[in-house]
Design a binder for this molecule. Sequence first.
Ligand SMILES: NC(=O)c1ccc[n+]([C@@H]2O[C@H](COP(=O)([O-])OP(=O)(O)OC[C@H]3O[C@@H](n4cnc5c(N)ncnc54)[C@H](OP(=O)(O)O)[C@@H]3O)[C@@H](O)[C@H]2O)c1
Length: 363
Amino acid sequence: MDLSRRQFLTTSALVTGAVGLGLRPSHPLRILILGGTGFLGPHLVRFALYRGHHVTIFNRGRTEPTMFTNLFSQVEKRVGDRADDLASLASGEWDVVIDNSGRDADWTAASAQLLKGRVGRYMYTSSTGVYYPYFGDDITEETPVLTEVMENDDGSSAYGVMKVLSERAAQAAFGSDRTVVVRPTYIVGPGDRSNRFEYWPARIQKGGEILVPGNADDPIQYIDVRDLTEFMIRLLENEASGTLNCVGPESRLGMHAFVHGVHAITSAAVHWVPIPDHDFLIEHGVPYAVPWIMPAGNEVGSARINFQHALGEGLTYRPLATTAADTLEWWYSDAVTPERRARLEEGLMAREAGIIAAWRERL
Ligand SMILES: NC(=O)c1ccc[n+]([C@@H]2O[C@H](COP(=O)([O-])OP(=O)(O)OC[C@H]3O[C@@H](n4cnc5c(N)ncnc54)[C@H](OP(=O)(O)O)[C@@H]3O)[C@@H](O)[C@H]2O)c1
């Protein structure tokens, strides 16, 4: 194991240890995770084991975890396919199931029906994407959601509708008192497979002229994967039910404050180049730079989701600097391939100087 990887694991263990302080639950849970080896899965596995729970994962055996790989020897594995092979789940009892790999409402209906007599509680990992396209200014869990795909859909409403129908399939099988639905916004942090948030720490630590899209106070929301997964396990320990928007940070954050916050983790000399002109950004292929989402069209309000309910249930937040520093450390560890790092640099980073030059010409 190289130094960066070892340092990353040590830092991560310290961070988890800090937030995990407190009494372990007196009754270890038997937790079944549908999925378990992608992004959220390894973090769930680590925190669940840390809390003394027993973990079973169900997946096709194709996706190899890239984090906390040493912990997977402590996990029971069931192999199958949510699309057409649930045979390995035909026996067994669990206190809770976490449905992470739900990409089809029929999959959730089938697993919830199969498990309802042998599992106490169903947790469905949904998304704030359910509120598309009616984000508005103060979206709560009671805000109405689409249940049918919009005409001329570009994929945005189909995802939200699939999540809504999946939530309902879980509730139909388990009843609303035995179902808990978490609706996270953009999930970020070590282990992310999306090449989105990691752009910012990776870009800012390189220094130089940095394109900052949008207005200073364009709202930013995201959730650190550790904050989310630790909250999910605590909800299950507390026998929670209902629906919770899982969104951070706790304070309102604008785009400029966000980049300054990420800059706090490096000593790189930077020169910010704010480009607030939405038309120009679209023309130059920058419709978003997650967690910045252009607050225009159907996305207005997508980063103004209300999370008071989750706060009341105990959602806590790492500082932005911790999320950014841990993400950067992971990004340069051997958990990420050089090819993947190169791909990130081929995107906006490669085009940035040209876009800045075009912006200056226009002024
Ligand atoms: N990333 C975000 O910003 C974001 C935001 C909001 C909500 N979400 C939601 O959060 C969840 C993310 O989950 P994750 O990927 O991090 O979860 P995960 O549990 O870490 O990984 C996904 C798992 O699904 C398994 N899987 C995929 N297709 C399968 C199939 N047909 N049958 C059985 N298992 C299958 C994969 O293993 P195999 O390939 O080996 O089968 C893998 O273990 C998703 O529901 C997503 O919609 C994500």
